[in-house]
Design a protein around this ligand. Structure first.
Ligand code: OSB
Ligand code: MG
Length: 369
């Protein structure tokens, strides 16, 4: 498989409603889509999950554009690959910039699967025919508004509710939710908003029977999380702190986490995601697939990854319509009663909707060998 062309699209899409976390609120989403073409004219698609500002990780869409254009594309263009795992090997000498690497690698994984007449799920070794999904709900103005939203998502069948918390918006909110929904599978994501000084408060969360608390402490920490986990009944799930298989192993050995949220972008691609999945499976750590408010291209990659057997817990990949009036793939991703049926078409299994894509494309960068 010879990579002959790469195209970068800078996208600008507006979400139906603003999304708020402990680090801020936004509604307009600018991001990159990548298209790789081989010598036979097959194409594959990838998405960069970097946001406009460096609040979730240090990467942004502009740093991704720089790294992809100036370092990663020159490495893959006119190169022959037998398997996409070779791409992550090729990128390994470049430090971090994981979302940039994952975008390029993802396009090549899709291309590889299509060329070999496999679904991306099959190419990864996944077997599930449908996957279970939950939903992530941003911080709301009032508990009443949150309860109202949860009523709707429960009715839609989503398998677990994830709510964002931050200091001043935690115990009371969860208590209010639990009063109305005593049995709904519920978890909380703090996006690094607390420190060990908050141990007393975090221990109070144990009363709400949460399936887990996601990333309570610093985004680069695995030491304090281990201390915190010893004090909590609620399992800790790391998100921001896990950038690689090595991070996963260390966090596991320290006892910093009992569950891992795998995000393809955060860990540098599907190859690394699969390695983390396999390590967790061998060591009895359940995993689930996180989300980055992706368009359909990124969503499709998440669906394929989630077909691997240790994705035991519902992920964050909700329907396209959760965020978008119109998605850039056809058909759109649809969750029915909390399940997404894994598509049977080759590669990511959804067709890019070029007409829609063009409408949200701000700029394109084309590279040819
Ligand atoms: O921490 O999982 C997170 C959104 C943006 C940045 C970080 C996170 C999230 C979400 C939403 O929780 C997941 C999604 O619905 O795509
Ligand atoms: Mg998270």
């Amino acid at each position: 498989m010879l990579i002959k062309e790469m195209n970068i699209r800078k996208m600008n899409m507006t979400m139906k409603s603003p999304f708020s976390t402990s680090f801020g609120t936004f509604q307009v989403k600018e991001f990159l889509l990548l298209e790789a073409t081989d010598e036979l004219g097959n194409t594959g698609w990838g998405e960069s999950t970097a946001f406009q500002s460096p609040w979730y990780s240090e990467e942004t869409l502009e740093t991704n554009l720089h790294i992809i254009r100036d370092f990663l594309i020159p490495l893959v263009l006119d190169k022959g690959f037998n398997h996409p795992d070779e791409v992550s090997e090729l990128f390994a000498p470049l430090r971090k910039n994981n979302m940039a690497k994952a975008a390029v690698e993802g396009a090549i994984w899709d291309l590889y699967a299509k060329r070999n007449k496999l679904t991306l799920a099959e190419a990864l070794g996944g077997t599930a025919e449908k996957i279970e999904v939950g939903i992530s709900i941003g911080i709301q103005k009032s508990a009443a508004e949150l309860i109202n939203l949860v009523h709707g998502y429960v009715a839609e069948g989503y398998k677990r509710m994830k709510v964002k918390i931050k200091p001043g918006h935690d115990v009371e909110v969860l208590r209010a939710l639990r009063e109305v929904f005593p049995d709904v599978p519920l978890m909380a994501d703090a996006n690094s908003a607390y420190t060990l000084n908050d141990i007393k408060l975090l221990k109070q969360l144990d009363e709400f029977n949460l399936t887990m608390i996601e990333q309570p402490l610093a985004s680069d920490d695995i030491i304090d999380h281990a201390k915190l986990q010893k004090e909590l009944k609620t399992p800790i799930c790391l998100d921001e702190s896990i950038l690689s298989l090595e991070d996963t192993r260390k966090a596991f050995e320290l006892g910093s986490t009992k569950i891992i949220n795998i995000k393809i972008g955060r860990v540098g691609g599907l190859t690394e995601s699969k390695k983390i999945h396999d390590f967790c499976m061998a060591n009895g750590i359940p995993v689930w697939c996180g989300g980055m408010l992706e368009s359909g291209i990124g969503r499709a990659h998440n669906v394929a990854l989630t077909t691997l057997p240790n994705f035991i817990l519902p992920g964050d990949t909700a329907s396209s319509s959760r965020y978008w009036e119109e998605d850039v793939i056809s058909p759109e991703v649809v969750a029915e009663d909390g399940y997404i049926t894994v598509p049977k078409a080759y590669g990511i299994g959804y067709e890019p909707n070029i007409e829609a894509m063009d409408r949200y494309t701000v700029e394109q960068f084309h590279f040819k060998s």
